[in-house]
Design a protein around this ligand. Structure first.
Ligand code: SAM
Length: 285
């Protein structure tokens, strides 16, 4: 099967099968060979690795992943794409295509059954409508994956990587950075996709940490404090936390904890680092 990474070969396949793009599945297919190579390079996929690809589309990136990895399992929700994938992937014997919704797939079981003894990496040009739920469920469930290299909206990549005091810094930055080290590998303009999205995209690699970056006694409490802080990000942390439903602390509790950490009681949550949120939650536990 010919290399698919161009507008012409994608258009040929689409026409041959009479395929129509489904907006509800976030279908914007990559048609730029440099970008495809960049994603596979950024994912650091080696010959010993297993790869889970979420949303293979017509198989453009899947072909490259099969060349680079030991085995690829590609999970595609749209059944109209399955006959196309069967054709475009016919030259590879190290790929398995699963017609399923990734959000309803038991990935832990899949990894145990398909990738025994392999180091596993997730690689995807993600459907943007479910980027955050997919990424957070991969990280929060502590799946045995080494890294997650994904194409996401440019702003989302920036938010994942942002640090304290910047406009992009928020609950997503802290949640991602608690579990993983981030690296933005590329910015990708709309003309690299068919059909063109309205917004720019970015490739980000999340290298999952084996050990937590910060010691946290009660993760749930820390993430509630983070949600409270960014729910009302223009307020002081003291006010944001005491107003937040589900958190039962007085102003005095928070002020005392901040004093212990040598942090001003006037501080806003958006100025606190992950380490400081962890320390604050440990004091309040
Ligand atoms: N990987 C292809 C590429 O780069 O050209 C397609 C990327 S496209 C942005 C997203 C793909 O994810 C589509 O093929 C879409 O049908 C699929 N998809 C959307 N929601 C999904 C879900 N919940 N589970 C699995 N695949 C999904």
């Amino acid at each position: 099967m010919a290399d698919l990474g161009s507008a012409k070969s994608t258009a040929n396949i689409i026409n041959k099968y009479g395929f129509s793009f489904q907006k509800r599945f976030g279908q914007n297919f990559l048609i730029d060979e440099h970008v495809l190579d960049k994603i596979v390079d950024a994912a650091l996929v080696g010959k010993e690795d297993g790869v889970i690809e979420i949303g293979p589309g017509i198989g453009t990136m899947t072909q490259r992943l099969c060349e680079a990895a030991s085995k690829v399992v590609a999970i595609e929700i749209d059944k109209e794409l399955i006959p196309i994938l069967n054709e475009t992937m016919s030259g590879y014997d190290n790929v398995k295509i699963i017609n399923a919704d990734v959000m309803k797939t038991d990935l832990d079981k899949l990894i145990r059954e398909e990738f025994s003894g392999m180091s596993v990496k997730v690689v995807a040009n993600l459907p943007y409508y479910i980027t955050t739920p997919i990424v957070m469920s991969l990280l929060e469930n502590h799946l045995p994956v080494e890294s997650i290299t994904i194409m996401v909206q440019k702003e989302v990549a920036q938010r994942m990587q942002a640090g304290p005091g910047t406009k992009d810094y928020g609950a997503l930055s802290l949640a991602v950075q608690y579990y993983a080290d981030t690296y933005i590998a590329a910015n990708v303009p709309p003309n690299c996709f068919m059909p063109r999205p309205k917004i720019g995209s970015g490739v980000i690699r999340l290298t999952v940490r084996k050990e937590a970056k910060v010691e946290v006694a009660d993760e749930k409490l820390m993430f509630s404090l983070i949600r409270a802080a960014f729910n009302q990000r223009r307020k002081t942390l003291v006010n944001a936390v005491t107003n937040f439903p589900g958190l039962d602390y007085t102003k005095e509790d928070i002020e005392k904890a901040l004093a212990e950490l040598d942090i001003s009681e006037k501080i806003r949550g958006e100025a606190l680092s992950l380490q400081q949120f962890a320390e604050l939650s440990n004091i309040l536990t």
